[in-house]
Every structure is written in structure tokens, then in C-alpha cells.
Design a protein around this ligand. Structure first.
Ligand SMILES: [Zn+2]
Length: 401
């Protein structure tokens, strides 16, 4: 039985809400509270504890969560707002935008995302429409346009088939270009920098260019993400000071001790994107698909064994929206439900400097919450079966009856 945590004096007003009767995972490491209550006031968590111990005002609106499970809101730390559906987002009617955000994110419990390359002006407008209260949606952080080696951008027909907007990405060949392109984006207000370390058709970014981008971003306290295509890319990026490795790299084979030790020493985090490989390989022979998937899950398993940090991330926008397969593959790599929950909540909140506001269910934190239909500790599939998603105490998704 969890103990009740009492917050500020209770003062019932419009918008207050109590989630009553569910199993509450206040964090990935603590014992769940059975028949719990989460009391929300003014968009924040005012109290959490067992039903018997939390005092609620007589008039408070209650949401029956009996038989349900309540966790902190989820993060997807690798998404893209680059599909054609987001083009000219300023002119899309609010109800349509709201449906698109539900389809992609809130119906699966995602209340925070990090967008790792998209047209920044457009993504910023999307965020503004959400933050103004016009459109219900998640908290969005974005790197804006990713920086690429010269000639790395896919051709127009390829972008068309992938369903993506035509977005010119800044090309960088050396340290000076990397520094100035990064400065420009940071001046325009992005939340981090994304680098594509190489492309199949062109040379890799020199380590000095990665270092230059890292130094500009770190100067203003922002993280740097890398898209690597091989273990060699991972090593170069880690040595140059990158913070988050955006993918596993199964096509170049298992990660050796050298790569893992460097990742560990520099305390990077990894978004595994395991589903992505299955999706890209879907036209290939089953034996090839299995080899690639096994290599990717093996890389994640090795990273976990070395104690590394994992942030849930799927390259969403390039793959199907349903995260069930990613959860299953993470479990196949040896992650427990609680480790997966940490990758969705506390790990990203800490990595992105938000752990005083987000990632746990505790008095004083933002009421970003997910109500699941079942307990994922018993059945992992429950992680993708959402009844309600709340952001700052407001219901932004409700499953239809
Ligand atoms: Zn991506």
C-alpha cells in the first residue's frame, strides 16, 4: 500500500478532477498504489495516494478508473512532423489537426514528443496552436531542420513515395558550416540540434563538423541528436560529444565493446527505433528481416547490459503510429515493463531537464497522465490500449465507447 502524499490545501474550482479507483504507478521504481486516487487542481497533481487516505472536496468531478491503470504521460523522443498532412499547418482547420494529433500521438498516451527534423517554422506554428489552447495536443520540442552531409537529401520522387513534405535541409561539409547552420537554428528557437552522420550516397560528416555543432548547442544548454547509419557513425558521433543516438544500426552488425564503452563513458542515451527496421525490410526475405531485427534487438540488449539509458523513440512519421510492436521488440531485447515505462517517462524527463515537472505522478508536478484499460505489468499490450490521455489535467484523448 502506498502512502498518501498531501499537497496544497484543497480548494474546489472549475477544472479540478479526481481519477478514482485505478492502480497507480507513480514511477517506474515504486510499488503501485491499488485503488488509488490522483487529485488534479489547476492542471497540476495536488495529491496522490490510496482512496482511503486522500481527502477529496465534496464537489470535485470524479472519473471512475476502477480496473484501470494510471501512469505518467508518455514521451516519444523520436518523432517527425514531416508528413504531407502537416504541410501549411497554420491553414488546417482545428478539428482536423486535433484528429491528426490524436491518431498519431494522444490516443497512445503520448503527451510529450521530441521532433527530430521537420520544417521548423511549420512545426513552431503547430506548437503555437496547441499551446494557445486552440488544438488539444502534446508538448512539442523540435530540432527544426536536421543538418545533413552534402547530397544526402532523398530525391523528390523518393520523398513523394515516403509521403513527406519537400523540406530543404541545411547541408554542412565542415566545422565552419556546421557551426553557422547550428547557430542559425538555435537563434530561431529550436530545442536541440539533429545531425545526419552519413548517407549511403555521400561521405560521412567529419568529426570536426559534429564537434562544432555540439559546441554551439551545448553553449546554450541544448541536446544534440545523431542519425547514424553504422557502428562507425555511432563511434564518431559519441567521440564528438553527441547526446542522443537516434537509432540502433543493425545493417553494420553487432556493436562491439569499443562502441559500447564509448557510449557508456559519454553517458549518451539511445532511442532504439526497432520497428523501423522491420518496416524498411518488409519487402525483403524473411531470413534477412529476422537477421536485421535480431541484430537491432541485440544492440539494445548489449546497451542495457552496460547500464545505458534508453529513451522510447520510434521515428514516428516514418513508421505506423501504433507503438505495440516497438513495446514487444523492446521486451524481446530483455526490457521489463518497468524499464519500458522508465524509457517512456522518467528517463526522457530527466534527460531533457523536465523531471521537476514531468515523468512521475507526485504532488506539484504537471498532471500529464495516461489511463490504460488494463495493467501492463500483467500484459505488455496494455501499454498501447488507452482509455484517457490527460495533459495538464485536461482530457486530450478519450477512447470512444
Ligand atoms: Zn528520424
Amino acid at each position: 500500500m502506498g502512502s498518501a502524499i498531501f499537497g496544497q490545501p484543497v480548494n474546489s474550482s472549475n477544472g479540478d478532477l479526481a481519477l478514482v479507483g485505478g492502480t497507480v504507478y507513480v514511477s517506474p521504481t515504486e510499488a503501485p498504489i491499488r485503488k488509488g486516487v490522483v487529485f488534479i487542481q489547476g492542471g497540476k497533481i495536488a495529491a496522490v495516494g490510496s482512496r482511503a487516505l486522500v481527502e477529496l472536496p465534496q464537489t470535485v468531478r470524479m472519473l471512475d478508473c476502477s480496473g484501470r491503470t494510471i501512469t505518467a504521460g508518455f514521451w516519444n523522443s523520436h518523432v517527425h512532423f514531416f508528413e504531407r498532412k502537416w504541410a501549411n499547418v497554420a491553414a488546417t482547420p482545428a478539428p482536423e489537426l486535433s484528429r491528426q494529433l490524436q491518431d498519431m500521438l494522444t490516443r497512445y498516451g503520448f503527451t510529450s514528443v521530441f521532433d527530430l527534423s521537420s520544417p521548423w517554422e511549420n512545426t513552431r506554428r503547430l506548437r503555437e496552436r496547441i499551446e494557445s489552447g486552440e488544438v488539444p495536443g502534446p508538448r512539442i520540442r523540435s530540432t527544426g531542420e536536421g543538418l545533413v552531409p552534402p547530397g544526402a537529401l532523398p530525391s523528390e520522387p523518393v520523398l513523394g513515395v515516403m509521403g513527406l513534405m519537400k523540406t530543404p535541409l541545411p547541408e554542412i561539409a565542415d566545422a565552419a558550416q556546421a557551426a553557422s547552420a547550428s547557430r542559425k537554428l538555435l537563434d530561431e528557437g529550436v530545442d536541440g540540434i539533429k545531425l545526419f552522420a552519413s548517407s549511403p550516397r555521400t561521405a560521412s560528416l567529419p568529426e570536426s563538423a559534429i564537434e562544432a555543432a555540439v559546441s554551439e548547442a551545448h553553449r546554450v544548454g541544448k541536446p544534440v541528436f545523431v542519425h547514424p547509419n553504422s557502428g562507425t557513425d555511432v563511434l564518431a558521433a559519441v567521440r564528438a560529444g553527441v547526446d542522443i543516438i537516434g537509432h540502433t544500426t543493425p545493417s553494420s552488425g553487432p556493436w562491439d565493446d569499443n562502441i559500447l564503452a564509448a557510449m557508456k563513458e559519454r553517458r549518451v542515451a539511445l532511442t532504439p527505433t526497432l520497428t523501423l527496421w522491420k518496416f524498411y525490410m518488409r519487402h525483403d526475405r524473411i531470413s534477412t528481416q529476422e537477421r536485421i531485427t535480431n541484430t537491432a534487438t541485440g544492440q539494445l540488449r548489449a546497451w542495457l547490459a552496460s547500464g545505458g539509458t534508453v529513451l522510447f523513440g520510434t521515428d514516428l512519421g516514418a513508421v505506423d503510429y501504433d507503438p505495440s510492436e516497438e513495446y514487444a521488440l523492446m521486451a524481446e531485447s530483455g526490457m521489463s515493463f518497468r524499464q519500458i515505462l522508465a524509457s517512456l517517462t522518467t528517463a526522457p524527463a530527466e534527460r531533457f531537464g523536465e523531471s521537476k515537472q514531468l515523468g512521475r505522478i507526485a504532488a506539484g508536478l504537471q498532471a500529464d497522465l495516461v489511463v490504460l484499460k488494463d495493467d501492463p505489468a500483467k500484459n505488455l499490450r496494455a501499454l498501447a490500449a488507452v482509455e484517457y490521455t490527460l495533459r495538464a489535467g485536461k482530457i486530450v484523448y478519450r477512447a470512444s465507447e
